[in-house]
Design a protein around this ligand. Structure first.
Ligand code: NAI
Length: 687
């Protein structure tokens, strides 16, 4: 979703607002690339333009934007300190109060401050493809320049409260239906403006003076409480918007502004803004900046299962030609059907048009003959997690692909160094670890081997960004950044269960923190068998770290392997649909504790969260010490994009800092004492 610009303001010396007056009509053009953010230079420029318009007593003044969009937000790089003058609310009030009526002529994404600017104008006209929204809640904020008070005065209270609280943009036809637009056009905006001026309606009452009809927001409140999942700004946005029904514009705006400024300093907003900036910097590693990525047109995907189909769909969605290679024609047909099902779902939900669906189908083919991939620029392997199967695939790919084509593996746990050994041109080989469902999840771990070239890395990063993904660089270790931390998380959860916590209490506590589900619910969802196989491998290799709790193994042995398993049972009983806690599991766990003589302890929800977070933060700190992750924000992005860690808590590392490292150290000492010898302590937890 488009967000406000993070681009630093361009400086007062640069002319970012131009005003031209012709035949008594003014044209005010904002030109502040990339997204015309309302930086201080733009606010100053608008004030100067207004002065010129007022002096010339223009009949109308149109505001347009150069480039790909109308104003798409405020300048969030200003948010760390007090806002420099002039403040946006004053600029907008002055525009609204001008004797000359203003016309907003819009295209692209009209977001946040951009929509607030448009609402201060007398009329709003827009290209049919324009989107409108108040996305401030995505950064833990609410609008701060009258947005919550003007929008209900234009489109009604319930609609405005919904837009302010859910942060989702609406398209031009919806916004027009709401009464937010005076004209929707296609083609040349200047021609549309001229036509609009020719038949200029009578100037409407200023937005801020219009009355607002009260509405019952009970149902919306319930909806927002549910979707906010612990993030506080959506409900604040809703309640602030509701003030418009009982207060004057001036009173409501004052409260809105104060709340906006207070929220800028809140931990949730700082967390969200940090992730927002980091998702831009982490995806563009500094050392690769000078390298021109190779163009990628044709993508070969080997393996058309769950992951291969998702990666193929993501590649098609960003305009690539995709060839899927499978073991045989029958499997290719099955892979093709999976991709088609994703396209059909996107079409049915209205996410894409018929033309787009057709274009994607036309750009896709599936088969078993590697010759079809001969001119592929990148091949992504997503076959079974078996080193020998993967090595055979790399050999076949090396035989047909050009020497410069990239070869990537989507392996979850195997060492890319090991599986690419002996392959010709190893510098073009790397790991691209997508997350399921790969057509939706944004995270991609980019894993360089010891010989992957920077050129390969630069191309892989650009390719992943082009898919709309968030690529994060990770070094080689078991599970890379995300799954390695997940293993520590699960291990600590098992230690808690072994020592007295119920798996259901552990899940509840982690949901209480804001995770979408707890570790045992997650295991039931993804199936218990893969991690069982992984544990067996580690035990056989002697690499299991310390204390081993085999309760999950016992579940697997009796066929309770999760939701999709034949028994439709795992940690929960799913036989009647929704998973229910199962007394049989409680009895198994109790028997296990008795057999192993573990002292039964009780843990509060807070203790469960602190102990699990201590394990997570310790593992993440080890990952940083070993250079597997480049920064703590990289870890936070991986966990918030790939594992559902609540974004408003900023990721595990930000959460630990906010919670206090002393408390984290205390919790780590407790888990260390609880399971002696099982945790290698990171530097921050030593001593
Ligand atoms: P899957 O079992 O759904 O699909 C594997 C596909 O590979 C099957 O369609 C199979 O016919 C095909 N295949 C097997 N051998 C082949 C060969 N020699 N040539 C061409 N195709 C062949 O498995 P899934 O879940 O899609 O996983 C694939 C890879 O992605 C594995 O390495 C897995 O560890 C990794 N992965 C899986 C994730 C998940 O959530 N399932 C997440 C991230 C990575």
């Amino acid at each position: 979703m488009p967000m406000p610009s993070a681009t630093p303001e361009t400086g007062p010396e640069k002319q970012v607002v131009d005003v031209r007056i012709e035949n008594g009509h003014a044209l005010v053009t904002i030109d502040n690339p990339p997204v015309n953010a309302l930086a201080v230079s733009v606010r100053k420029g608008l004030m100067q333009a207004l002065e010129a318009v007022n002096q010339a007593r223009c009949k109308t003044a149109a505001i347009v934007c150069a480039g790909r969009t109308f104003v798409a937000g405020g300048d969030i790089s200003e948010f760390a300190g007090p806002p420099p003058l002039p403040h946006l609310p004053d600029v907008l009030d002055a525009i609204e109060a001008s004797a000359t009526p203003f016309i907003a002529v819009m295209h692209g994404t009209v977001l946040g401050g951009g929509l607030e600017l448009a609402l201060a104008c007398a009329w709003r006209i827009a290209d049919g493809k324009t989107k409108f929204g108040l996305p401030e809640v995505n950064l833990g904020l609410i609008p701060g320049a009258g947005g919550t008070q003007r929008l209900p005065r234009v489109i009604g209270l319930e609609r405005a409260a919904r837009m302010a609280a859910n942060g989702k943009p609406v398209n031009a036809s919806t916004f027009e239906e709401f009464g937010g637009l005076d004209l929707v056009f296609s083609g040349d905006p200047m021609a549309a403006l001229a036509g609009f001026r020719d038949a200029l309606p009578a100037r409407p009452a200023n937005t801020s003076t219009r009355p607002v009809e009260d509405a019952d927001l009970t149902a919306l409140k319930a909806e927002i409480t549910k979707s906010a999942k612990g993030s506080n700004s959506p409900m604040i946005a809703l309640e602030t918007t509701a003030l418009a029904a009982t207060m004057s514009f001036e009173e409501g705006s004052k409260i809105e502004r104060r709340t906006h400024l207070d929220l800028r300093d809140s931990a949730q907003s700082r967390a969200l803004r940090r992730l927002f900036f980091a998702s831009r910097s982490v995806t563009r590693p500094a050392r690769l900046k000078a390298i021109e990525p190779a163009p990628i047109h044709h993508v070969a995907i080997v393996g058309g299962g769950l992951m291969g189909a998702g990666i193929a769909a993501a590649s098609l969605a960003s305009g690539h030609r995709v060839t899927m290679l499978e073991r045989d024609t029958e499997s290719a047909q099955a892979g093709k059907a999976r991709v088609e099902a994703i396209i059909a779902k996107d079409l049915a939900s209205g996410r894409i048009s018929n033309d787009k669906a057709e274009a994607r189908r036309a750009a896709f083919s599936a088969g078993a003959d590697y010759a079809a991939a001969v001119d592929a620029d990148i091949a992504i392997e997503a076959v079974f997690e078996d080193p020998e199967v993967k090595r055979a695939v790399f050999k076949q790919l090396s035989d047909v692909l050009s020497e410069t084509a990239l070869i990537a593996t989507n392996t979850s746990y195997l060492d890319p160094n090991m599986i690419s050994q002996g392959m010709p041109g190893p510098g073009r080989f790397l790991g691209l670890h997508f997350f399921s469902p790969a057509n939706i999840m944004k995270l991609v771990e980019v894993v360089g081997t010891s010989v992957t070239t920077d050129q390969t890395m630069a191309t892989a990063f650009a390719f992943a960004r082009g898919l709309g993904k968030i690529p994060v660089e990770t070094g080689v270790c078991g599970g890379f950044i995300g799954n390695r931390i997940l293993s520590a998380y699960r291990r600590q959860a098992d230690y808690l269960v072994a020592d007295g916590a119920s798996p259901y209490d552990v899940d509840k506590a982690m949901r209480g923190l804001g995770m979408p589900m707890g570790p045992y619910e997650l295991q039931d969802l993804t199936g218990l068998q893969i991690s069982w196989a992984n544990r067996k491998r580690q035990l056989a290799a002697g690499t299991w770290p310390g204390r081993y709790v085999d309760i999950a193994d016992k579940l697997c042995e009796i066929g309770r392997q999760g939701r999709g398993s034949p028994a439709t049972k795992g940690w929960y009983d799913h036989t009647s649909g929704a998973g229910k806690p199962d007394p049989e599991i409680e009895a198994m766990v109790a028997a296990w504790r008795k057999e192993h003589g573990t002292a039964q302890q009780t843990f509060t929800a807070d203790e469960i969260v602190m102990r699990i977070m201590a394990a997570i933060v310790n593992e993440a700190s080890l990952i940083l010490e070993e250079g597997i992750a480049t920064s703590d924000t990289a870890v936070d992005i991986v966990w918030s994009e790939g594992y559902g860690f609540p974004k408003h808590l900023g990721g595990p590392m930000f959460w630990a800092e906010e919670t206090g490292m002393d408390r984290m150290r205390e919790a780590f000492a407790a888990i260390d004492a609880q399971s002696p010898g099982s945790w290698k302590a990171a530097g921050v937890f030593k001593g």
